[in-house]
Design a protein around this ligand. Structure first.
Ligand code: HEM
Length: 479
């Protein structure tokens, strides 16, 4: 067994190194991983950083010794608008916040949330009608962002108004873009000063005021439907500090659940439009499981291939493309090959989902989009932390099931009705900021599907799908 210690070569530190990363972060870190394997060292903002690419090591940091690893200072860019809420807090405060909010995402609540999600899809499809009839392309980056915010407002706040969705969307994006540009900027105005500029102050004030009004209305009506807002209202008193905490929490859920899921969906449509055979399988499954029906919670587990597709989208395109932690005490990180890494207190650990999801020892032909990687047989062959788009351990995304259900339903309902083709000539190079997002609009033409709903039993169809040979993968799958 070898014990590795910090070892930073001159080309992995200093301004030149930062400039090299900035040119193309995704390729830089992926190449670094391919070159160095289980781990690599570098220095950024005077901090020693361990890039950890080994599933056993990742499990140690995120799960087995999670208490020793706090969110790193790179998350601080979110503080001006998220305060010390669940995404950023630690220890006792985080524990309390997690206990307050997690039950809102418990399995039993999804039966009520699914109809709210499907209503939001119907509203989106109605908005599309004019474009579909006239064959005008739709910007599905914008549409998926609108949709996921609409879903959050309906499910977590029982709120639904087009005006509020539009204004909130603009304000959220203004704040997020400021924070994400800051992450890799070499010199920037202190955030305290930036937030005095009218553009940012207006956006933050608007969001705060809107959330405060939603809380006040609910309190005034004494009506507490089962949702996150009700849970939080009853967890906090009306004292100003508590109210601020409540607002920061709601803001965090809006931000954390909005662009992430929207990006997942729009990249799913991107990959599916490039692989019409896979889209056809999603559509065949939707026809078999749903026919012309609107999905309910009971349908989710039948939409197995659609789930595999979304899992594969989050592998090849993890929308939270990197996580980072800071060691609170010295530690020894175990590795798969029985070696270990000695880590000093204060070291930052980078868990680059985008790179690890391309490690060939876990993912052969990593650039090939193949949902069969996630069938049951193939999934069992990999270590748990070779795939972690939602993080893991106690800090795992609290909305992960919500995001999966929302996305499976959306893809299935779209596949019941439409085919999507990307307009050629667009710059779609992903931008690695806080999320891995498209650089701007993503135009698709949307056409009605010609295929009629399939009338045979869902099981027959699913086993046909599972046994079909994927053109990108030589194996034949077992149902
Ligand atoms: C495809 C969609 C999503 C992805 C890929 C995603 C990914 C993640 C990841 C990777 C983390 C962990 C961050 C870290 O450990 O540093 C996280 C945390 C979190 N996510 Fe998500 N997320 C998604 C959707 C959602 C949704 C829909 C919600 C809420 C409605 C949500 C709420 C949160 C919250 C509150 C946290 C912080 C949890 C904690 O620290 O206890 N996310 N998410």
């Amino acid at each position: 067994m070898i014990t590795h210690t910090v070892n930073i070569s001159p080309e992995h530190r200093g301004l030149n190194f930062l400039l090299n990363i900035k040119k193309d972060q995704l390729n830089y870190f992926t190449s670094l991983m391919h070159r160095e394997g289980a781990f690599a060292w570098y220095q950024l903002a005077h901090k020693n950083v361990l890039m950890l690419n080994d599933a056993t090591g990742i499990q140690h940091v995120l799960q087995d010794n999670a208490g020793n690893y706090h969110k790193s200072s790179f998350y601080k860019v979110l503080k001006p608008f998220l305060g010390n809420s669940i995404l950023l807090s630690e220890e006792a405060i985080w524990k309390k916040q997690r206990q307050e909010s997690a039950p809102a995402f418990a399995h039993r609540n999804f039966a009520a949330m699914v109809p709210q999600m499907t209503d939001a899809i119907h509203a989106m499809l109605e908005r599309w009608q004019k474009n579909i009839v006239s064959q005008q392309p739709l910007d599905l980056n914008f549409e998926t962002m609108w949709f996921t915010l609409d879903v959050l407002l309906r499910t977590l706040f029982h709120e639904q108004r087009d005006g509020i969705t539009n204004d909130m969307q603009n304000s959220i994006l203004t704040l997020l873009r400021e924070a994400e540009e800051r992450v890799w900027r070499i010199v920037s105005l202190p955030q305290r000063l930036t937030f005095m500029l009218p553009k940012y102050r207006r956006s933050l004030n608007f969001l705060n005021k809107t959330i405060d009004e939603l809380v006040a209305t609910r309190r005034a009506n004494h009506a507490y439907p089962e949702d996150l807002l009700s849970r939080l209202i009853t967890s906090y008193t009306e004292a100003p500090a508590q109210q601020r905490m409540l607002r920061d929490q709601m803001m965090t859920f809006l931000l954390a659940g909005h662009e992430t899921t929207a990006n997942g969906l729009v990249w799913a449509l991107y990959y599916l439009s490039k692989h019409p055979d896979i889209w056809q399988k999603v559509a065949t499954e939707a026809d078999a499981v749903l026919g012309n029906r609107t999905p309910t919670m009971d349908d989710i587990k039948q939409l197995q291939y659609t789930r595999q597709v979304f899992d594969e989208v989050l592998r090849i395109h993890p929308v939270v493309w990197t996580l980072s932690r800071e060691a609170q005490a010295d530690d020894i990180i175990p590795l798969e090959n029985d070696d270990q890494i000695e880590l000093k207190r204060g070291t930052v650990v980078m868990l680059c989902t985008y790179a690890v999801h391309r490690r060939t020892c876990y993912w052969p032909n990593p650039e090939v989009f193949d949902p069969e990687r996630f069938n049951t047989a193939n999934s069992h062959q990999r270590p748990k932390y070779s795939w972690f788009p939602f993080g893991g351990g106690p800090r795992m995304c609290v909305g992960f099931r919500f995001a999966q259900i929302e996305s499976i339903i959306a893809l299935a309902m779209l596949a019941q009705r439409y085919d999507f083709s990307l307009l050629p000539g667009q710059n779609l190079q992903p931008v690695p900021t806080i999320t891995l997002r498209p650089p701007g609009a993503m135009y698709f033409t949307v056409t009605k599907r010609h295929a009629a709903a399939v009338s045979c039993h869902p099981d027959t169809i699913i086993s046909t799908i599972s046994n079909a040979t994927c053109p990108f993968h030589v194996e034949t799958r077992v149902a």
